[in-house]
Write a protein that binds this ligand. Structure first.
Ligand code: MGD
Ligand code: SF4
Length: 745
């Protein structure tokens, strides 16, 4: 018996009334001309300031609005140092998010009709009353701590405020345990702070950039890509470590096609060469680091010859690349990466990367890692939040002692009733994250969703996650709303305004409004003491001595730095660790019962006939959120599985043939995937781009295109230090004929 059957929103014939009520503003930006049938556009009336929400680089831009109220295109704001006036293909195609005909149009409430579960269209009032009633019941029965929020993107902020006001801080996002958590933890342990987002890597002025599995260029973080091509033009050496010839690898002086899962051995051997060949920055290390002697002893035996046997990278290549790094230092960056939850020992790999940067003197030097600076935007006044009696830390049950942010998977686990589950979660709000595609271990996720007393999903699109909700709330897209000022610290402090270019389509509403309305019904109106979010921004700008009118005109406000970006000569710089010194040897790890310095441990390798499943990004898509964007689907409609020619021959696979993938646990992909035969991938691995293989029919553009890597990730190696879910220990084989499958939904 399932409490919550999956409901296909599109099968309900909903939304007709709403469509008639809204204006259809089709995008006619350059990338969408083909699709929108060459619609003639009216003259441009105004340019409205926004920042992009297609990924979290948040490039500042202008929405060009015609006299007929259509968004004709989005362009970059030339004053924004994060994009320099140029958007990436996804940012340009962002209008497709707004004009998507499959958008959620009205609130929906799950009902049972003739014994079948279905949704009915509801008014906002009804939806809010439903949610408030359930949230009150949960607070009374189990305490407000039993509500959790899963969020990603700008909208999460308002629901976080709602939950905090209600009495819970069980707020979580996949961006920690499924993504940058291991990297941030590794760098915090070493330097006392993380490398942030956008990363504080000084790529523009670097002379040597080392990429370990970070595929800048395919992983399209705008400013970073621009800086990398600038660095290449200026003659920087690029060294790329990747089992696949990524775009970055193809632009590199050295491509090290490493055996997957062995990166830590290469890193340790580089540390060995720097120390034992006297190539490290002695002055910097003596002045700013502690634990050098322990490190030297620790890496004594990690010679390039040792690493060769593990990584398949030749000893002279390891020595030469170490020398290149040292020659360019301190203008050398061993890039910390971003999506780093790979093998379960990812904090230690990130530590090794941090240590290399330390030995080269990168942090605090031009062309290495700079100190960020930002503008502090004052908080809009609100009463103090109540103190919850327990929080996400309690869902760890003593595990992952160095987790600084909450872990999606332990919140999911706490949502499954079980003996000994002393901190049960009973309700979720899910905003801006398609958990079905982003969270590995699908069975656990399904069980949790079946157990909940309330599941509210706030989204712009009928993504898979919406089919499990009790209530679905249609949020308007970033082009139709105000949001917080962008104030993320980076090389130059900036403020960016996002305001609505057009009125929200259909019945959709901004998240700040949704959170406020729920709050008011829960008696928490004092926490949302404004009528329109515009008031909040106006107030904040005034505190900063600016005005909304000026920001509307300029979009981006740039400030001069007040603090130096690099360590000044003769300064007595203190790092943000407890002792003020870089931790080559980590006492904190030792005290928590972990290795104080990184060690290599071997990971499982594929059995015969199986290949390691590696995944990554494409420049036209972001996770699963763009998969139905018609502008971007036109550029890349589906993913393909990259297969080495040797393997293709062995299996008799031809270019463009469709195959199913089956993993080590017998899980078969939902759909078939096109074969791409290429020398650019090692024979022991296959590669697919993440975010495809949607099985929700209302996503008319995304449905059935390509495969979903997440459902093939059934073996997860959890990092004991911070709970990151290592997802790269899964192996697949090919099925050429359509497998018999049970319906999965
Ligand atoms: P998306 O898949 O892009 O990101 O995973 P998610 O956070 O789930 O889904 C975003 C959701 O937000 C979509 O449903 C979209 O329609 C909705 N949305 C878009 N704009 C708005 C808005 O303005 N408001 C609201 N309310 N909703 C909006 C990302 C996560 O996945 C991350 S960060 C990483 S790094 C991991 N990557 C990854 C991987 O590479 N491989 C595998 N197998 N799993 C992964 N999981 C992680
Ligand atoms: Fe948007 Fe591209 Fe910038 Fe990301 S990098 S914020 S998708 S323009």
């Amino acid at each position: 018996h399932t409490r919550r059957n999956f409901i296909k929103i599109g099968s309900l014939g909903l939304g007709a009334t709403a469509i008639a009520g809204g204006t259809m503003n089709w995008a006619v930006g350059s990338s969408s001309k083909k699709l929108s049938g060459g619609l003639k556009s009216a003259p441009i009336l105004k340019k409205v300031s926004t920042y992009c929400e297609v990924c979290f680089w948040k490039c500042a831009g202008w929405a060009h609005v015609t006299t007929e109220g259509q968004i004709q295109k989005i362009t970059g704001n030339a004053d924004d140092p994060q994009c320099n006036g140029r958007l990436c293909p996804r940012g340009t195609g962002g209008v497709g998010m707004f004009s998507d005909p499959d958008r959620l149009k009205t609130p929906l409430i799950r009902i049972t009709k003739n014994g079948e579960q279905t949704y009915r269209e509801a008014s906002w009032e009804e939806a809010f009353d439903f949610i408030a009633k359930k949230m009150k019941e949960i607070a009374e029965k189990d305490g407000p701590e039993s509500m959790a929020l899963f969020n990603h993107g700008s909208s999460g902020k308002y629901f976080t405020q709602l939950l905090n006001a209600y009495g819970s801080n069980n707020v979580t996002a996949p961006s920690f345990a499924q993504c940058r958590g291991p990297r941030d933890t590794g760098f915090e342990l070493t330097f006392g702070e993380s490398v942030s987002s956008p990363e504080v890597t000084d790529i523009r002025d670097t002379r040597c950039l080392v990429l370990i599995g970070s595929h800048i260029g395919e992983n399209m973080h705008n400013g970073q890509v621009q800086e990398m091509s600038e660095a290449i033009d200026k003659g920087a050496t690029i060294i790329t470590v990747d089992p696949r010839l990524s775009t970055a690898a193809s632009k590199s002086k050295y491509w090290l096609p490493i055996k997957p899962s062995t990166d830590l051995a290469l890193l340790l051997s580089w540390i060995h060469v720097l120390i034992y060949n006297d190539l490290y920055n002695k002055e910097y290390v003596a002045k700013y680091a502690e634990g050098f002697n322990e490190l030297k002893e620790h890496v004594r035996s990690f010679t390039p010859e040792w690493a060769y046997g593990i990584t398949t990278i030749k000893p002279e290549v390891i020595r030469n690349t170490a020398r290149e790094m040292a020659n360019a230092a301190p203008a050398t960056i061993i890039h910390p990466g971003r999506h780093t939850s790979w093998y379960g020992d990812d904090v230690q790999r990130s530590r090794a990367i941090a240590i290399l940067n330390a030995l080269l003197g990168s942090w605090g030097n031009r062309g290495g890692i700079f100190f960020k600076e930002g503008i502090k935007v004052p908080d809009f006044p609100h009463p103090a939040y109540p103190k919850p009696s327990w929080s996400w830390q309690d869902t760890l049950n003593g595990r992952y002692p160095l987790a600084k942010e909450s872990i999606t998977n332990t919140i999911i686990e706490a949502s499954i009733p079980a003996e000994g589950n002393t901190h049960p979660i009973k309700g979720w709000i899910v905003s801006g994250t398609n958990l079905i595609v982003s969270i590995p271990l699908k069975e656990q996720l399904m069980k949790a969703m079946q157990s909940l007393e309330l599941l509210v999903v706030v989204d712009t699109m009928p993504m898979e996650i919406t089919g499990y909700a009790d209530v679905v709330l249609p949020e308007c897209t970033y082009l139709e709303r105000y949001d917080d000022l962008r104030a993320t610290p980076h090389r130059e402090p900036t403020l960016v305004l996002r305001m609505p270019a057009v009125e929200p389509m259909y019945e959709s509403k901004p998240a700040w409004w949704i959170a406020k309305q729920i709050g008011e019904r829960l008696g928490l109106g004092a926490y949302f003491n404004f009528t329109d979010f515009k008031e909040v921004i106006d107030w904040q700008l005034k505190q900063l001595g600016l005005s909304l009118e000026e920001m509307e005109r300029i979009g981006v406000k740039k400030y001069a730095r007040k603090t130096p970006a690099y360590i000044l000569p003769d300064s007595d710089h203190k790092f943000k660790t407890a002792s003020g010194k870089i931790q080559l040897f980590s006492k904190e790890l030792e005290e928590a019962g972990f290795d104080s310095m990184p060690k290599f441990t071997a990971h499982a390798q594929p059995e015969e006939g199986f290949y390691r499943l590696i995944y990554g990004r494409a420049p036209m898509h972001t996770f699963s959120r763009t998969a139905n964007n018609r502008n971007l689907v036109a550029l890349m409609p589906e993913n393909a599985v990259w297969v080495n020619p040797q393997v293709a021959e062995l299996w008799g696979l031809k270019k463009d043939q469709y195959v199913w993938l089956k993993n080590q646990d017998g899980v078969v992909s939902n759909f078939s995937v096109k074969v791409r035969v290429t020398e650019r991938i090692r024979w022991d691995s296959v590669y697919i781009v993440h975010g495809f293989g949607h099985h929700h029919k209302p996503l008319t553009y995304a449905f059935g295109r390509g495969v979903n890597d997440t459902e093939l990730i059934t073996d997860v190696a959890i990092d004991p230090i911070m709970g990151g879910t290592g997802m790269r220990g899964n192996f697949v084989t090919f099925l050429k004929d359509e497998p018999k499958k049970e319906a999965k939904l």
